[in-house]
Design a protein around this ligand. Structure first.
Ligand SMILES: Cc1cc2nc3c(=O)[nH]c(=O)nc-3n(C[C@H](O)[C@H](O)[C@H](O)COP(=O)(O)O)c2cc1C
Length: 188
């Protein structure tokens, strides 16, 4: 079982990163091999909607995303972690998610070649927002949950937390426990 963690905050060691680490620790605890990708350390352009990938399943943009596509295909489960920026996901996470286009065909179904690897892949989400109401992150949940519903990914769940300062979430034992449990659940 391989679990891939995708970190969408530019703040390494920040709240989304801390909760993702908790989740990956949970996954490891359940016997999984884990890998974390920090999107902000990579070059990931936005999708150009050139549609060339509709035929080939391969993105023409020469940046770090094709390597991530390979890791997405190989993983049994993916946990995304992202803070709220202006009632939405970060630019880094949005560029990454838009580039999932390359693994779909023109009808927004998995490319035939990828279908066996993508069908039923487990997916989980962690969100953090500065607002004390964690549901400020609902638009992020909507994006990931809708993607999962459309493509029949196996939606394992979401952890929604609130914190503002870098690392503040460390004090939130409940959020950390929920993230750990999410990691265990995706790996089971
Ligand atoms: C550019 C920017 C925009 C933000 N927009 C929002 C927002 O719309 N709503 C909110 O609740 N918090 C907002 N925040 C606060 C972050 O979501 C919060 O500080 C979070 O803990 C950051 O997580 P991180 O440590 O993983 O980067 C914003 C922060 C930044 C830097």
């Amino acid at each position: 079982m391989k679990v891939l963690g995708i970190m969408g905050s530019p703040r390494v060691g920040g709240n989304s990163d801390i909760l993702l680490d908790e989740a990956l620790t949970g996954a490891k605890d359940a016997g999984a091999d884990v890998e974390k990708i920090i999107l902000n350390k990579l070059k990931i352009s936005g999708c150009h909607d050139c549609k060339k990938c509709n035929e080939t399943g391969i993105c023409v943009l020469k940046d770090d995303m094709p390597e991530i596509h390979k890791k997405i295909l190989e993983a049994d489960a993916i946990i995304h972690s992202c803070p709220v920026y202006f009632w939405s996901m970060t630019a880094q996470m949005k560029a990454y998610l838009d580039r999932w286009t390359a693994i779909f065909d023109a009808e927004w179904r998995w490319q035939k070649a990828y279908y066996p690897k993508m069908k039923g892949k487990r997916i989980g989400l962690i969100t953090v927002c500065g607002d004390p109401n964690p549901h400020t992150a609902d638009p992020i949940v909507h994006s990931f949950k809708s993607t999962a519903d459309m493509t029949k990914l196996n939606w394992i769940g979401v952890v929604m937390a609130s914190a503002t300062d870098k690392g503040e979430i460390s004090k939130d034992e409940n959020a950390k426990k929920q993230a750990f449990e999410l990691g265990r659940k995706v790996a089971n």
